[in-house]
Design a protein around this ligand. Sequence first.
Ligand SMILES: [Zn+2]
Length: 173
Amino acid sequence: MLNKVVFVDRDGVINKKAAEHDYIKNWQEFRFLPDVAKAIKLLNQSGFIVIIVSNQRGIARGIMTENDLKDIHQKMCCKLKQESAIITDIFVCPHNNNECKCRKPQTGLFLQAEIKYPVNKKQSFMVGDSTTDIEAGKNYGIKTIAVGERGLGADYQCSNLLEAAKYITGVTE
Ligand SMILES: [Zn+2]
C-alpha cells in the first residue's frame, strides 16, 4: 500500500533555527515553533504520515554526535505524541557537503524513506523553509510548500506548518 507522505524539514519548520553556522545540539536548545503539534495531528487525521528529512552537518563537523541527535528526536517525538501528533520516522543526513547522496537538495533521504514507507508521490508533499528543501522535493518529484516569508520557487507558500497542513488537507477555519 502506498502512503500519502508529508516530508517535513526540521529546523525552521518544526523548531526554531539555531543561529547562523550553529546547530541545535541538545534538548535544552530545542524550541518548538507555534502550532506544530496541531499541524501534525491534522495531517495524521487526514491520512498522511509525517516524515522528517533533515540535514545535520553538525555531526560531520564533530559539533554533536549521532546520539545527541537521537536524544533530541526522542524527546521531540515524545512531546508531540502527548498531543496526538505522530512523526512516523526521521531521516537525517549527517554528512558534509559533497560526500554523500543524501544531503538535500539530493534525494537520498527520500529514497531511504520510500524503502520503509512506499510513497504515493502524487499525493505527497515536501514542506521546508530553504531553497535546498524545495529543490529536494522537486528533484524527488513531489509537490513543494515553502514555509516563511520567501516563496523559494515552491508550488505554494505559507507562513507556518499549520497553514501548510490546512492547505494540504483542504481544511479551513
Ligand atoms: Zn548525507
